[in-house]
Ligand binder design. Structure first.
Ligand SMILES: [Zn+2]
Length: 170
């Protein structure tokens, strides 16, 4: 008997429309997973071992920090606060821009540009660029905005402005 592969695939119910791969985070993992499942996005959690292990698929040789489309977290050096951000560019490109924006000579020019410049300006703390890390690798702009908002609404000690509107489409 010849198995009808095409038919089998066609009949499979489309349970999830897409997926995100995230390093496992105890304070957010289960909540994030539940919310995303309501939006038919499957989460695949992996332990934080190496950024390259979490994000790289076997056939992709581009380093994780060079891959475009990320939601990232940058901790403060001096307190428990952290910044959550998203960019269509790579983490390494974004970090260079963030770092430039938070240099003391640039802060007076752009005090309200982002929460990332406000925290150093208000507290005197620097961000710990070496511990900046990718939370999600997502190509879709809307998913990045959604995930970014989820992280800063659900996590404690974020420097992001929580009074900003949650994306209306969600
Ligand atoms: Zn701080």
């Amino acid at each position: 008997m010849i198995k009808d592969k095409k038919k089998t695939q066609y009949n499979r119910p489309p349970e999830f429309q897409s997926k995100v791969v995230s390093p496992y985070s105890a304070d957010l993992g289960e909540t994030l997973k539940r919310i995303l499942e309501r939006h038919r996005v499957r989460t695949i959690s992996k332990p934080i071992v190496k950024l390259s292990t979490v994000l790289a698929s076997g056939k992709d040789a581009v380093p994780a920090t060079k891959r475009r489309g990320v939601v990232c977290e940058i901790p403060s050096w001096s307190c428990e606060h952290r910044y959550i951000g998203e960019t269509k560019r790579s983490l390494s490109t974004r970090l260079k821009e963030h770092h430039r924006d938070t240099l003391p000579r640039n802060i007076p020019k752009i005090p309200d540009k982002t929460e990332l410049t406000k925290h150093p300006a208000q507290s005197g703390h620097a961000f710990n660029w070496d511990y900046a890390h990718v939370l999600h690798h997502v190509n879709s702009y809307h998913k990045r905005i959604f995930l970014e908002s989820l992280h800063y609404y659900l996590k404690t000690n974020t420097v992001n402005d929580k009074s900003a509107n949650f994306p209306a489409i969600y």
